[in-house]
Ligand binder design. Sequence first.
Ligand SMILES: *Cc1c(COP(=O)(O)O)cnc(C)c1O
Length: 459
Amino acid sequence: MNSDEFRKIPGVDRLIEEPEIKRRLKETSHAAAVETIRSMLTEVRVSVSEGGTCPEYEEIKARAIAGLEEKMRGFTTSVINATGVMIHTNLGRAPLGGEAVEAVVKVASGYSNLEYDVDAGARGGRGALCGELLCELSGAEDAAVVNNNAAALFLALSHHAKEREVVISRGELIQIGGGFRIPDILESSGARLREVGTTNRTAIEDYVKAVNENTALILRAHLSNFTMEGFVSSPSDAELAAAAHDRGILFVNDIGSGAVVDTAKFGLRSEPMVGRVVADGADIVCFSGDKLLGGPQAGIIVGKRSAVSPLKKNPVFRALRPDRMTFAALERTLVHYLSNEAEENVPLLKMMAMPAESIKQRAEAVMQRAGTAEGRMRIVEAKSTVGGGSLPGSVLPTFLIAVRPAGSADELAANFRKCDPPVIARIINDEVCFDLRTVPEEFDGKLAALLGTVIQQSK
Ligand SMILES: *Cc1c(COP(=O)(O)O)cnc(C)c1O
């Protein structure tokens, strides 16, 4: 063993006194950062014990800094979504528009009228205006907002169906994303599942026959992330509402994505529309704020006053209430719809409305600015998807910048993720592909620069 080489390995104490390292330690968890440096030094020690030489001190310092920077990428921060998936669950779902963001910054950085009636100089209701806007937009009598749609459904079930039966079609016992399953939510709310019909066909009589003196409500859950085709049938929302009301029970409709504008307008399929499902007589309609509505993460509940109002007095409601930033962003988003300016101001709708031809023009301009990169870039036709468990299989035409890697496509894609901000791309047929539909136009210059640099570096 080479003890001279071992002696060259610096101690953690010396490294953490280096100004560049000290500064970074203050920007992240100290203990975890020191641990990162320690394990880097262990690797050096192992390599020396296997007969290797100790790298120069400057090289070890550089490795420590690189390790810390990797650690800091774990912070919640922005990325460039070049996947073309518009409601990307892993990338934070719907982006907020400028006015919503401004409102968030304003209320976040100071005090606000969250629960204060400025005119009266007295305590006010949290989310009172938001509730009014939701009623106006949906035609419902009452509204409530919680942290997400899973919470909305949980609250509705635990208030109205605890220790009672909930009738639902076997075709709607669905799983949404990781860890949200309708039967599990039902069970944890204390409700008892009464499944009826079959996977592909459920008739109104199936529901009606299952209702007894212990039944609290009929639940419908939108399939969201898959579709069923062929020999399928189920009653309409209006039929379910009528059947429930005839028997003195509630009809709860979990529509998932909460479309206010019909997505058929953009060449996509239609999703259940908030106004229509309310008009069809559901007592409670719930949906997410950050799917097709294009607002902040929230669970929105609208419906009949007799069904919605008691939810707000349930102690569980207090445990699920959103913060001031959510209300600020949601109010601005709703106002864009009410003033018929959603397509200009809600980023998600802007993306859906973007013609493929204008994406192609931007892609060509970005490619030009990135330099020729030895002909490793080209424009290819492809499809953008909605994502977020909405409109599965429904796509929009788009154009991608496809980059041919010098080595592996995985490696090239990883190099783009190491950028600041990280760029998330798709790999299609061994090419790393960038869809500008989901990239805000003001990032085009930045993306061009990153494309040029990364391609240059990965020859
Ligand atoms: C997405 C979805 C949910 C869960 O909503 P979150 O806002 O993610 O909690 C619940 N039900 C349906 C039908 C959905 O599509």
